[in-house]
Design a protein around this ligand. Sequence first.
Ligand SMILES: N[C@H](CCC[C@H](N)C(=O)O)C(=O)O
Length: 302
Amino acid sequence: MRRPFLKMNGLGNDFVVWDARSEKLALTPDVIARLGSRETGIGFDQMITVERSSLPGVDAFMRIHNMDGSQVDACGNATRCIGRLLLEESGKSAVTIQTNAGLLNAVASGVPRTISVDMGVPRLRWDQIPLAEEFADTRAIELQIGPIDDPILHTPAVVSMGNPHAIFWVKDIEAYDLAKVGPLLEHHPIFPEGANISLAQFIGENEIRVKVWERGAGLTLACGTGACAVAVAAARDNKAGRKSVIHLPGGPITIEWRESDGHVIMTGLTEVEFEGEIDLETLAWEKVAEGDLALEPAGDAA
Ligand SMILES: N[C@H](CCC[C@H](N)C(=O)O)C(=O)O
């Protein structure tokens, strides 16, 4: 049975997107992992399933699986991508997306392919991250890796955007092999549900360079919730203002931790890479149409 899908990304953090609003889709973690593999499958960081929401006035429910098959509650870059699809499809000026981490509002920013999402309020208490033990001050918790007297990384800030994040402030981001230390920290016992791990280096006032090792996905080109977590952690520790630009390997994301209501507003690019079709019995798939450049007149694609 052949099924259409979209391949999208938010600053290189890439997704396979299914529209399951009229025809349900339930893939096993094993099939998701096979599809997510860049060797055996289509290849993606997360798989996104758009489903009907039962809530009045809500445009869709967004289900998120990491490429390892684990289901998680938040994915910022994907929220921008699904927000864009729903905005373009409905012609509305704002859409509401239901996730297991709450209701998120998406609006077009006025710049082509660039979407702003209200990611809600950050969760900052130790038991909301969650952590395995109580820490009164989550701006810097006692956690280190490497030799006791000369740790490689230590005292991270922790923030949840509906998913757990640990942020390590570093002077030179290139001095660290995140592919090596990332998995050690992701699965550290202090994080009972795992954690997304960010290295963050200040490169200017309210300008932060970030690399992320994602829970269940590994190194990615961008992490939207990670960008939110870094910006909030910097602001609450007076290392930056409430509006900062997070520079990820895939590009910049602007974050504002709004003073008025404590909501985190994330703005960044989205891209449709291609439309595809897959045989869900054999998992054989093919591209059927190129993405954005085909969707927008050449003049807008610049
Ligand atoms: N790339 C996603 C984050 C996915 C987080 C996922 N790895 C988790 O387990 O929480 C983002 O843009 O927010």
